[in-house]
Design a protein around this ligand. Structure first.
Ligand code: BEZ
Length: 212
């Protein structure tokens, strides 16, 4: 059955471009972005892997490890990494899982046979430091992903884990937030939101981002 938000993600041990990885041990206390690709030596994937390598410092700042996957083997990944480094002017600085036996792809339901026969589609899993699935999305092979959006979601998740807020449409770090509807006690509101808040409707209350 497909993984659902809030599920504990399954562990696995699999080969990668950086040696064998036991997923839970490798993740440790970090958040993880696990993202899959249709195949090595494909154009859109090449740009995606380069983009993620350049964003690595942004993931590090948020205590997030990144790990890619495609169904090709380690030797193929190593050859492809050379091409990514050369063409995208970067250095791939995270592991790419090799999944020729489809062990991880099947476990995470990354193969959609009616879309791409026996190849992984562009799946993304954001997994928190408790190994819980916090976001998943799937893009078609022809559309490269927006990794700034993935960072934006991580910012929102990490913020809402720590404060009684949610983030509105098109929010980015530093923008106003909404106060969760369950919070009603005026004394608690005053204590939690010392910068104040605006009541647009009783259920829609805006406040400056609490940790800024
Ligand atoms: C690509 O990464 O460019 C790609 C992979 C599979 C199908 C179409 C495009």
């Amino acid at each position: 059955m497909a993984l659902r938000l809030g599920d504990t993600v399954p562990n696995f041990t699999q080969a990668s471009s950086e040696g064998e990885i036991n997923f839970y041990d490798w993740a440790g206390d970090s958040w993880v972005v696990l993202f899959s690709h249709p195949a090595d030596f494909t154009p859109v994937c090449t740009t995606e892997l380069g983009a993620v390598a350049k964003l690595k410092p942004e993931f590090d700042k948020r205590n997030v490890k990144v790990i890619a996957l495609s169904v090709d083997d380690v030797e193929s990944h190593k050859g492809w990494i050379g091409d990514i480094n050369e063409t995208q002017n970067t250095t791939v600085n995270y592991p790419i899982l090799a999944d020729p036996d489809k062990k991880v792809s099947d476990l995470y339901d990354m193969i959609h046979p009616n879309s791409l026969n026996n190849l992984t589609v562009r799946s993304v899993f954001i997994i928190d430091d408790q190994k819980k699935l916090r976001l998943t999305f799937t893009y078609p092979a022809s559309t490269g992903r927006n990794f700034d959006e993935i960072l934006r979601v991580i910012d929102s998740l990490q913020l809402t884990d720590n404060y009684s807020v949610a983030t509105p449409a098109n929010w980015t770090d530093g923008g106003d937030c909404v106060i969760v509807p369950t919070l009603k006690d005026p004394e608690v509101l005053k204590e939690k939101f010392p910068k104040g808040y605006e009541v647009v409707k009783p259920y829609l209350r805006m406040t400056p981002q609490p940790n800024k």
